[in-house]
Design a protein around this ligand. Structure first.
Ligand SMILES: NC(=O)c1ccc[n+]([C@@H]2O[C@H](COP(=O)([O-])OP(=O)(O)OC[C@H]3O[C@@H](n4cnc5c(N)ncnc54)[C@H](OP(=O)(O)O)[C@@H]3O)[C@@H](O)[C@H]2O)c1
Length: 321
């Protein structure tokens, strides 16, 4: 990838898309096109934005015809935590399939040099051996609460694989673990666990509440990676990796939800107690990615959990504090 090649980031106003944008700009890439839909991004020098609904194939075709990008980062999706995954089931399946079909197929028709597709660690079976290797895909039933989202993501990575096989495209796919960082979603109806805990502890501290309610038993083990590490990893893959096997992207260590809650409680400065709501689902008991392939390619993440959450909380305070 040359510094002046035209790079399209689909979903550049989202948490992941905006981190990829930061990473590319900091590495001297100067010809970047971003897309947004509802959330309007801040204007940045040397970045051109299109407002587009990627569900609309015609609009997607017009975008590629006008911009003719060399490289595409696919970071658009509707995403959410366990509650959103479990309740917006039809929407998560339909919209994720539709927007990725539109972008992946249009990128092929416009002969992009390379596309990087972002999936998720939700693609793996509920009871996959730990840590989870790429080869564990499709070896068992999925976690039912996020099955629609996972099926859309599996379809996306298989689409990339099969376009490479039939059409000779150079598509690569990355499967990140749970992410957090600037521009995360703090809406308690749709957010992931880490931003939801930041908001709950922050509001409890401000209101002087005696306790905070937390979904589930606190026992599930999860891995968390700062989105700036993820962005550095996907830019690294775009620059250095070709091939059909998709690549796990993770931090390499997991933590229980209870331990995470205690860490965030300390960082936010809440002094009350935690109450775990056992009536709410826990989801998959453990999810840790095996990142041997990524490490062997030469990439290692840098941002540790405590400083990563501290800087994320500072970003939260700037926007909502
Ligand atoms: N967050 C995580 O923990 C995590 C973990 C693993 C993988 N990932 C993957 O990373 C990618 C990005 O996730 P994220 O966390 O950055 O989510 P996000 O912050 O919600 O960003 C997603 C972006 O996609 C855009 N989008 C959704 N529907 C669209 C549509 N119909 N047309 C145009 N744009 C649309 C959204 O725009 P509007 O909001 O303006 O509609 C938003 O900017 C996803 O593929 C996700 O699977 C995320």
């Amino acid at each position: 990838m040359n510094k002046t090649d035209k790079i399209l980031i689909a979903g550049s106003a989202g948490m992941v898309g905006s981190a990829i944008l930061r990473s590319l700009r900091s590495q001297g890439y100067t010809n970047i096109v971003g897309t947004f839909n509802r959330k309007v991004p801040e204007k940045l020098e040397s970045v051109k934005y299109h407002r587009i609904d990627l569900l609309d194939l015609h609009a997607c075709t017009s975008l590629f015809t006008e911009e003719n990008p060399d490289y595409v980062f696919y970071a658009a999706a509707i995403v959410g935590g366990i509650s959103a995954n479990n309740t917006l089931r039809a929407q998560f399946l339909y919209e994720n399939l539709q927007i990725q079909n539109n972008v992946i197929h249009t990128a092929y028709l416009s002969q992009v040099k390379k596309l990087l597709y972002l999936g998720s660690s939700c693609i793996y079976p509920k009871n996959a051996p730990q840590p989870i290797k790429e080869e564990h895909l499709l070896t068992g039933p999925l976690e039912y609460t996020n099955e629609p989202y996972a099926i859309a993501k599996i379809a996306g990575l298989k689409m990339c694989e099969n376009y490479n096989l039939q059409y000779g495209t150079k598509y690569i796919s990355a499967m990140p673990t749970n992410l957090y960082g600037p521009n995360d979603n703090y809406d308690l109806q749709t957010s992931h666990v880490l931003p939801a805990l930041i908001r709950k502890f922050h509001e409890a501290r401000i209101s002087g509440a005696a306790y905070v309610n937390i979904w589930g038993t606190g026992s599930p083990l999860r891995e968390f990676m700062h989105v700036d590490d993820l962005a550095a990893a996907v830019v690294f893959l775009m620059e250095n990796y070709e091939g059909t096997p998709f690549i796990n992207i993770g931090w390499g260590r997991d933590i229980s939800i209870k331990e995470l809650a205690i860490l965030i409680k300390e960082i936010v400065g809440f002094s009350g107690t935690l109450i775990f709501d056992h009536t709410k689902p826990d989801g998959t008991p453990k999810k840790l990615l095996d990142t041997t392939l990524l490490t062997e390619l030469g990439f290692t993440p840098k941002i540790k959990l405590r400083p990563g959450i501290e800087s994320t909380y500072s970003d939260f305070l700037k926007k909502y504090g």
